[in-house]
Design a protein around this ligand. Sequence first.
Ligand SMILES: [Zn+2]
Length: 220
Amino acid sequence: MRNENKMTMIKHHLTEELMIAYASGNLAESFSVAVATHISLCDQCRAALESYNAIGGALLEDTEGAALSSDALAKTMALIEQHPPEEKLQAAKASNVPAPLADYIGTDLDAIKWQPIGMGVKQSVLETTGAGSARLLYIPPGTAVPNHSHSGLELTLVLQGAFADETDYFSRGDIEVATSDVSHTPVAADGTSCICLAVTEAPLKFTGLLQKLMQPLLKI
Ligand SMILES: [Zn+2]
């Protein structure tokens, strides 16, 4: 039977290492945002994450309890009653921005404030603490991002449109996990502008002289 949904199916997933690090709370904020956003779009990785969380839960249940102060329960319940649940979730549902990312960039991809970084490509840096850096990239249809390799891990999650590089084709929800031995030139597909969330562990190593000179200005 032909599957009409095949075109929008996610083909590129998180690695086991990333999911275990996320489940155990060991990822820097920049990487956590990308992992959480992919999981919100991908049933397969969400199911895998639940099984890792179950391992954590089993470990917790086997842990000997440590007593809290006698009024801890009453204080917690009082705090819960003071703060009724917000309507934030509903707002995120009506948006083209997945919920984990909406806290950083708002709920509208069209309202992002971009900084041009040359050749029609634009970026918007996310405010995160800890190691790594996260940014949105806007790549016009048919345009290439300068060829670069990585000093560390780079995650690229597609939010709109699609791109292709030397390894494969990536569309909405797909996440590319590139290690330091990968050097690639992502090119946005024709039609729609491609918007990606890109997270890097260490500064990118651009191979062109101009990009090398510009790197300190772009803060990447
Ligand atoms: Zn996945």
